[in-house]
Design a protein around this ligand. Structure first.
Ligand code: SF4
Ligand code: SF4
Length: 361
């Protein structure tokens, strides 16, 4: 799975290399949907094939909407139609982009772990069930959709890298959407409506009349759109044109100090993607046991969606890693428990997050 073209180009300029593809989460053959007839662990989390992980409503920024509307390829026709339908419905359709109303956010926030990947009512409108669960806006998807994976080939190392990518791209995309609004200036009242004071309590939500019924308040809509009201499609396409021309340096120049800080952190996280080196001292890291068996235990560490079978003998040996020199612990386990722990295996345990470098290692 690779980044969509618009963000892939920025990140490639930043890192000086293409972003590595994530192979542990093949979305066309969803890794979280159980194959028919498969024996499931009682505690195993399985997503619904009719939703996969798309029980989420992305914030489709204005320039991404414009990219989708301008993409007249045959392959994108169905996805484009889902975006046009959202614009026509008008719910949370603003010059900043296609947003989620507070009613949706409330359901998402409170259902999260129990409903994620399992609830049709929260399914993204761009999910194409009759195309095997393909994303209708894949080539133009926003930062959260582009950087979230249920599991990672390099485990905790890759998870850290993609979290850094997420932090960077979410902020950059949001700032560019705001920059587009300023460039295309919908008028004073619109700017006041689109850039309100932050709520006194962070994360507070307020359900407006019509939010639950999915209807639009015409006065609010007209206020937000200002001089662009009635020309929404043209506006979104213009946003895409504005952003299309920007190099990564241009992007950073428009996105402020926060984006520069996030870019620096992303570069550091990219540096950590090199070959895993074994530290001199290791210790067992916190982990969760989802199920135990005589041969193996089902364990997860950095994500409950990445459940792995770990041989019981290895689980029993983990407490021996208590920050003593790794070579000493390995020799002790070979002598006393008959366990031969090769460096490759220790590297895998480190990447999975079962072991971690001990302080001072
Ligand atoms: S990231 Fe989502 S769609 Fe892709 S394999 Fe994981 S759960 Fe399935
Ligand atoms: S935009 Fe695509 S990837 Fe994102 S939630 Fe919707 S269908 Fe899934």
């Amino acid at each position: 799975v690779a980044l969509p073209p618009h963000s892939a180009a920025w990140v490639e300029e930043l890192l000086g290399a293409p972003v590595p593809e994530e192979r542990a989460a093949p979305c066309h053959e969803c890794a979280m949907c159980a194959p028919a007839g498969e024996q499931l662990q009682p505690t195993q989390i399985v997503f619904d094939r009719r939703t996969k992980c798309c029980t989420y409503l992305p914030r489709l920024h204005n320039f991404l909407v414009g990219r989708i509307l301008s993409d007249d390829s045959e392959a994108s026709a169905k996805g484009r139609a889902t975006v046009e339908a959202r614009i026509l419905a008008g719910v949370a359709v603003t010059p900043l982009g296609l947003l989620a109303n507070d009613a949706y956010k409330l359901l998402y926030k409170h259902g999260r772990d129990r409903t994620f990947g399992m609830t049709l009512a929260l399914r993204c409108p761009h999910y194409l069930e009759d195309e095997g669960g393909a994303c209708g806006v894949w080539q133009h998807r926003e930062a959260t959709c582009a950087t979230w994976f249920c599991k990672y080939e390099r485990g905790v190392v890759a998870h850290r890298f993609w979290r850094a990518m997420h932090r960077l791209l979410v902020g950059v995309e949001r700032s560019l959407a705001e920059w587009c609004v300023l460039e295309l200036d919908p008028g004073r009242e619109s700017l006041e409506a689109l850039f309100p004071l932050p709520p006194a309590i962070e994360g507070s939500l307020s359900i407006e009349p019509g939010d639950l019924d999915g209807t639009v308040a015409p006065a609010r809509y007209a206020l937000e759109w200002g001089r662009w009201a009635g020309r929404e499609l043209e506006y979104y396409r213009e946003c895409a044109r504005l952003v299309e021309r920007l190099s990564w340096d241009d992007v950073l120049a428009r996105c402020g100090a926060q984006a520069r800080a996030h870019a620096r952190l992303a570069e550091m996280a990219y540096g950590d993607l090199g070959p895993t080196e074994l530290p001199d001292r290791l210790r067992v890291a916190p982990y969760q046991v989802a199920a135990t068996g005589t041969e193996a235990a089902q364990i997860w560490t950095y994500s409950r969606y990445d459940l792995r079978a770990v041989p019981s003998a290895l689980v029993a040996a983990l407490p021996r890693f208590d920050a003593r020199p790794t070579s000493e612990v390995v020799a002790e386990l070979a002598k006393e428990a008959g366990l031969e722990l090769e460096p490759e295996l220790l590297g895998l345990l480190l990447e999975f997050g079962l072991l971690e470098p001990a302080q001072g290692a």
